[in-house]
Design a protein around this ligand. Structure first.
Ligand code: NAG
Ligand code: NAG
Ligand code: NAG
Length: 310
């Protein structure tokens, strides 16, 4: 990832990080396949995270890096000793937090998003809502890049003053890109989880992942406002601009379906074996991890909503 994006986002992400350093994953350790191993693992991560931050001497990018690593290690704890909870709302929310605080986070992430019909999964596929948001952002970046390239190609021909007439077109097309990106991201919460309260389903991911300070998202349109996208979306085919959304839902600001009313909960079912096999290997920008699941021989493990053990 180009460092300019990294720096800009890390500054924005900084504010929340101080509190985050003491945040937990919100996974209930007692529901894990190996409770005490999992608790120890998390405690180690928290300790390492704290000393990592102390060694940064206040350097923002360094602190952000510590947060990235800590979140990766929390994910490793899950893979190691709490693999039976990886489809839960709690883990899906944790991965959401990882993407929010770590600008270099990239898919794929272990166990995420939860497959359709996974046992003990979150009632709303939070992972799917976030992957839609991330791909909408990528599509908006490509869309803006495309029109920027076209504008640059036109500039050498300054001898022809007629080309200046194209400048309003650039802003208009940039607005098309931004309206499609916002719509694709925002629609996702309603589309993927129509019965869930939108804010719980991820309706707030758009302002978080598409801030006005994010580089190259709003080129030529510094005062972009989602609320003005009704007309644009009525006359724009987002798919033609490179946006792809599984079900092609691009709701307009004034035209969203009714809000769901359900809260998040984990559906019944039990994960009885490590979902990706006993040994998983995964990578992020700075590291590759190999994690071996423990407690595999313990047979059926209680799901989050059950307390029986064998
Ligand atoms: C954990 O729970 C707290 C309190 O409800 C909440 O503020 C925080 O966002 C949660 N964190 C995650 C990763 O779900
Ligand atoms: C980029 O612009 C070119 C030229 O107008 C167009 O043919 C192409 O489809 C565009 N790509 C995307 C992804 O919008
Ligand atoms: C539906 O939810 C959205 C997001 O929380 C909110 O902005 C909107 O006001 C809600 N609409 C109604 C009719 O309650």
């Amino acid at each position: 990832m180009p460092s300019i994006i990294y720096l800009a986002v890390s500054a924005a992400a900084m504010t929340g990080l101080a509190q985050l350093a003491s945040a937990q994953t919100n996974i209930t350790a007692s529901a894990c396949v190996a409770e005490s191993v999992y608790s120890d693992c998390n405690r180690n991560v928290a300790d390492t995270w704290r000393s990592c931050i102390n060694n940064c001497n206040g350097n923002g990018d360094c602190i952000v890096d510590c947060g990235c690593t800590a979140h990766q290690q929390y994910i490793n704890c899950m893979a190691h000793s709490c693999w039976n909870q990886v489809y839960s709302c709690e883990y899906q929310l944790f991965v959401q937090q990882y993407f929010a605080v770590c600008p270099s986070a990239t898919e794929p992430i272990p166990f995420w998003p939860a497959p359709d019909n996974a046992p003990n999964r979150c009632s709303c596929s939070l992972g799917k809502v976030l992957t839609n948001t991330l791909s909408a952002r990528q599509a908006q970046l490509s869309c803006v890049q495309n029109i920027t390239n076209q504008a640059l190609n036109d500039i050498p021909d300054l001898s022809n003053l007629g080309n200046l007439a194209n400048i309003p077109d650039i802003a208009r097309t940039a607005t098309d890109c931004a309206c499609c990106g916002a719509s694709a991201s925002l629609s996702s919460a309603w589309q993927v989880c129509p019965n869930t309260v939108p804010t719980l389903a991820g309706a707030d991911l758009w302002p978080l992942f598409f801030p006005s300070t994010f580089p190259n998202l709003y080129t030529s349109i510094p005062n972009f406002a989602w609320s003005t996208c009704d007309n644009t979306l009525s006359s724009t085919d987002c798919a033609n601009l490179g946006f792809s959304d599984t079900d092609n839902k691009y709701y307009r600001p004034g035209d969203f379906p009714q809000n769901g009313t359900s809260t998040l909960h984990n559906v019944a079912g039990t994960v009885t074996a490590p979902p990706s096999g006993t040994v998983i290997t995964w990578s992020q920008a700075s590291a590759t991890y190999t994690v071996t699941a423990t407690g595999v021989d313990r047979g059926v493990v209680a799901g989050a909503s059950q307390t029986d053990e064998c």
